[in-house]
Design a protein around this ligand. Structure first.
Ligand code: GDP
Length: 202
């Protein structure tokens, strides 16, 4: 991922805005990006690390909220939307109709949605459910970005090769996969800049 867009810096003053079970409950915003991935991929940790606010991810993990659309606001009408993890359910429609309808409704129902970040585990690689989600997003022509999480779990000598493998499994070049570790902080400045640019936070 390219850096060097200047010092867009941190995602400013992020806070929890609302939870929703249906896209119709969400109001308008200027721009939003969504995060999606299977349960345990490191989505909450990433949200934490990106914003520097531990309580944000805690909100998403609150019992009762883990299966909701959780909205965080990070600038004037700029949203980061945390979609419920799949795993107990799968890509849109496949396993749980209610879950699939909720996610699909959100993804298809937001003209302000700039891109979806699909998180995959760097060591595990894309799972069947990740591939289903990515295929579906491609089919509906939703701009998507793949971010490989927990990159610190890949042995130092295998980092470059593993990034190539993960990317190739998705038909992408290695630079098209953001390579991040919430634990070590690697890849986060670039990801923050990318989110800020998508949200027009300058
Ligand atoms: P979520 O279910 O997708 O929200 O995943 P969590 O953020 O709760 O993380 C799941 C597990 O992965 C937890 O045990 C985290 O500590 C761990 N984890 C998350 N990010 C990283 C990372 O960057 N590196 C490592 N080694 N572990 C991580």
């Amino acid at each position: 991922m390219k850096s060097g867009r200047g010092t867009i810096g941190r995602l400013s003053d992020p806070r929890f805005l609302t939870s929703a079970t249906d896209v119709s409950q969400l109001g308008a915003c200027h721009a939003e990006v969504a995060l999606v991935g299977r349960s345990n991929v490191g989505k909450s940790s990433l949200l934490n690390a990106l914003t520097g606010q531990a309580q944000l991810a805690r909100v998403s993990r609150t019992p009762g909220r883990t299966r909701l659309i959780n909205v965080f606001v990070t600038g004037p009408d700029r949203w980061i939307v945390d979609l419920p993890g799949y795993g107990y359910a799968s890509g849109p429609r496949a396993e749980s109709d209610a879950w699939g309808a909720m996610i699909e409704g959100y993804l298809l129902g937001r003209p302000t949605l700039r891109a979806v970040f699909v998180l995959v585990d760097a060591e595990v690689g894309p799972t069947r459910l990740d591939l289903q989600m990515i295929d579906w997003l491609r089919r509906v022509r939703m701009p998507l970005r793949v971010a490989a999480t927990k990159a610190d779990q890949v042995k130092p000598g295998r980092q470059a090769a593993r990034r190539r493998e993960v990317a190739a499994a998705l038909g992408l070049g290695p630079d098209a996969v953001a390579w991040i570790s919430s634990r070590k902080g690697s890849g986060l400045p670039e990801l923050r800049n990318e989110l800020a640019a998508l949200l027009e936070l300058r």
